[in-house]
Design a protein around this ligand. Sequence first.
Ligand SMILES: [Zn+2]
Length: 199
Amino acid sequence: MKDLVEIEELIRVVSKFPGLGPKSAKRIILKLINNKEELMKPTINVLANVYKNISRCNYCGILKSSRDGCNGYSSCKNLQTKFSKICVVENIADQWSIENTRIFSGYFHILGGTISGSAPKNNELLINSLVERVKKQKIEEVIIATSATVEGQTTAFYIEDSLKNTKTKISKLAQGLPVGGEIENLDDGTLHSAFKNRA
Ligand SMILES: [Zn+2]
């Protein structure tokens, strides 16, 4: 691959993927090059599709296709009457973990991170829109499923406080979680019982 700038650039990019170093990046790239039509071409196409059509809703935080449109309350509210519960998580990986357990049916609200003591950026987290949603969608229960870390619990506390005037039932998973546990790293069984025993 000496002097092949294109390949070197590709290795640099692919090496940044989680769980991959330069060595596995090279293996993936070789596989692509050796299967240009069957693998490289479809990869390019699906990536381009995701790039073009998929983005995070800036109101509820979930991943949405541009075909569905989920930008702001006017389109999120179409779901209004379907569920009475919202599960609040830090990130999309957490949503996927909880969906995997099939224990929850309701809306997800993805904050996009946690409040950290050193760098409070509450404005970037979708907490204001959560409060608005709870009020406007007549939500009966908000399940706060933030991690059992200091940041996760600080965030949970802040959300609870923000919702105190809504009279909505608020429950938390934390009691059933191992200390320091991040939702996305929990096994299905632990997550399942934490959900069932939420308080
Ligand atoms: Zn939305």
